[in-house]
Design a protein around this ligand. Sequence first.
Ligand code: GNR
Ligand code: NI
Length: 170
Amino acid sequence: MAKLKILEFPDPRLRTRATPVAEVDARIRTLIDDLFETMYAAPGIGLAATQVDVHERLLVADVSGDQTEPHALINPVIVEKDGVTVTDEGCLSVPGYFEPVERAGHIRVRHLNRDGEEVEMEAEGLLAVCIQHEMDHLDGKLFVDYLSEAKRGRIRKRLEKERRQQAQVA
Ligand code: GNR
Ligand code: NI
């Protein structure tokens, strides 16, 4: 198992559109294990492969709070969505910022599981929000894209400044 480095906004690699996983093999299962380790260590409730600079359609999520409900979704597609919910979202790639984002409140997602089987799952509440947030990452989209350009610009400036200061002491 390995903890991976998480890319941070405005890194242009976060804008990459991921391509489908061709085969669920040992490499993909190792990547899933590493995504869980990285997500739990952060700590976070979800992580997309895009965030660790792997541009394949794969995400993990666990909103249980005690690491008891791990979900790994490969090539996910939303086949049904309804309702609207607004959540204060954060992102491990935008550390320190939380802003309200509107999402569907209930979704049905078709995907491959870690055994390569095509399955569907339903999600609502925070898990539904998290899966939609992760699927956005796979398309190169971040929650800050739903905010005003002014707000996104301020966040980008502050994160760039922090990064420069970190580089000075490192
Ligand atoms: O840890 C995370 N918390 C979170 C809170 C509200 C809405 C979405 C999320 S996902 C985030 C982890 C992350 O950045 N996943 O891409
Ligand atoms: Ni995120």
